[in-house]
Design a protein around this ligand. Sequence first.
Ligand code: 13P
Ligand code: SF4
Length: 304
Amino acid sequence: WAIYAPYVAAINQLKKDRNAVILAHNYMTPEIYHGIADVVGDSLQLAIEATKVKADVIVQCGVHFMAETSKILNPAKTVLIPDMEAGCSLAESITAEGIAEMRAKYPGAPVVTYVNTTAEVKAASDICCTSSNAVQIVRGMDSDTVIMTPDKYLAQNIVNLVPEKNIVWWDGACIVHEQYTAQDLRDFREWNPGTRIIAHPECPPDVVVEADFSGSTSGIIDYVTQQRPEKAMLVTECSMASNISDALPDVDFVGPCNMCPYMKKITLEKVLWSLHTMQGAVEVDPEVAAKARVAVQRMIDLSA
Ligand code: 13P
Ligand code: SF4
């Protein structure tokens, strides 16, 4: 922590000078999560928090689509992303043309789009979802066939939970979660009996079936905090266990994890630089933002 302290102090001072708040995703490193964040959460919680920000500036410690979502929901604010290259393999997997292609293939079916997408893709969709409300949103669609984009694994996991719908999907995946296999989990259980295995729904469905629980990043944190298993394997991004392990000394976090190279682009140095220079403001074309806002707001209203 000693090497981080000067950055943390400088950033916290600059937040006051700029009237800024930091919204940080659960995958941020501990020095960001514990040192400088004003709000931490999963993508749905951060989107909802963005609507409530009164400060002039939002610094989004997360990936680009999260910063865009904040800008869409609270357009009067300056939204900074400390590294414009902090993308997402899911957001890169589809464009608005892809949405049009799916609509042509399944006429009349509503498009439920994961928030891990660009503003243009959200604008072309009927409603958004996150991993914490996808079941609710898909169930709420007034149609037997529902198009889910762009995460094929999230869609396949929802098929298991909402069998009454005919769910069709785009062929995107998260490069962090697609790497886990059901065999990895079975092997791990054999070597470490008694381990509670908790997987994010961006994992392939056979991985999720093998796990004891599946939920959004905040759902995972709540589960471990309430259940207090002796040993827990978080089948998700590495910072999750690092961020909560100090508060849960009775839980032994075991097993491998995968790093998100996009999330890890956000560092204390870059946060300091963005607040100092006010560079890295995210802009969304107002027409696109207005349409995307409808899809995101519909999601927020339906998940309330
Ligand atoms: P959550 O909504 O669960 O925080 O997921 C965001 C994400 O990018 C997971 O890979
Ligand atoms: Fe995108 Fe996966 Fe990284 Fe989340 S973990 S930001 S879904 S690449």
